[in-house]
Design a protein around this ligand. Structure first.
Ligand SMILES: [Fe+2]
Ligand SMILES: [Fe+2]
Length: 291
């Protein structure tokens, strides 16, 4: 199994515009609850959240492997642009740490697991770009933009930068969704293992949030975490249905177990995958030259 086996088709065959991110139309509403950065506990909680974001942005360099395996000029251009944006995001979050006079901490194991690299292009596109970056957007847009307190004079400037990041993350998700649709149209058999992997991703995702919730149960933001997690879970499931990965009605336990087993198998096989470059084989066609 190699990345080049699933090389994207020429740009002429792809739709002209990115798929709108309809699954993100309705953000979670924290009802005005915010952190209070003058409180040591809240300072630590925000530090924890921002540390996960900083780690996630560092893993943005993984899209360099997508550039290497890009099967069209359009894909190569996208990943080049994304790599530049992710590096900017990384430095931007570092600026936020400095502005708030915070030191980053190590990323939570669940975040490191969810952000793990995969060299099998279809899995990478679905898990990292479509689903993973979608969850990143949930955190940035729904949590950080709402719960960082505007009363702190440092925050409005930080949020201005975060809004730029969110807009770019929306583009990354839209690309991931579009590529996932294209790959599924080529290989419909991927839908079952993809669905199983999404079930597993959704099972792991709350672990990082539980690390937060255990710290302050009576907190105005943190006590809404269970509702926020349910919101993300439902949103990702809608996204999976819209992408043609999951059936409209959630299957029973037996079918879910089968899908998860197929997902684990595909994941294990993907570990043997080696990314290989494409462009040197297809550049003439991609550039519009005959032959
Ligand atoms: Fe990013
Ligand atoms: Fe991104």
């Amino acid at each position: 199994m190699h990345a080049q086996d699933d090389a994207p088709t020429p740009p002429a065959a792809a739709p002209a515009a990115a798929v709108p991110l309809s699954s993100h139309d309705a953000p979670f509403d924290f009802g005005g609850a915010v952190f209070d950065l003058s409180r040591p506990d809240d300072h630590q909680l925000v530090r924890f959240m921002l540390s996960q974001a900083l780690y996630g942005e560092a893993t943005g360099v993984y899209c360099g492997r997508s550039l290497y395996a890009a099967g069209s000029l359009e894909a190569a251009r996208f990943y080049l642009r994304q790599a530049r944006q992710e590096l900017n995001h990384l430095e931007l979050f570092a600026d936020i740490f400095r502005a708030l006079d915070m030191q980053p901490m190590k990323a939570h194991w669940a975040v490191r697991l969810l952000a793990a690299h995969n060299d099998y292009y279809p899995l990478k596109v679905m898990m990292e770009h479509a689903i993973g970056e979608g969850m990143v957007l949930d955190i940035f847009r729904d949590v950080l933009l709402q719960t960082l307190p505007d009363s702190d004079p440092r925050i409005p400037g930080i949020k201005k930068k975060l809004r730029v990041v969110c807009k770019e993350e929306e583009e990354h998700v839209a690309w991931g969704e579009r590529e996932t649709r294209r790959l599924l149209a080529e290989r419909p058999g991927l839908a079952l293992p993809f669905y199983g992997l999404i079930e597993l991703q959704l099972a792991v995702a709350p672990a990082a949030a539980r690390a937060l919730a255990g710290r302050a149960d009576d907190h105005p933001v943190l006590r809404q975490l269970p509702a926020f997690l349910a919101h993300v879970d439902a949103r990702v499931r809608r996204q999976a249905v819209a992408l043609g990965i999951a059936p409209a009605a959630r299957p029973g336990p037996a079918r879910r177990a089968l899908a998860m087993a197929a997902g684990v198998l595909l994941y294990l096989r993907s570990q043997l995958s080696r990314s290989r470059s494409q462009l040197e084989h297809i550049y003439l066609r991609e550039l519009g030259f005959p032959g």
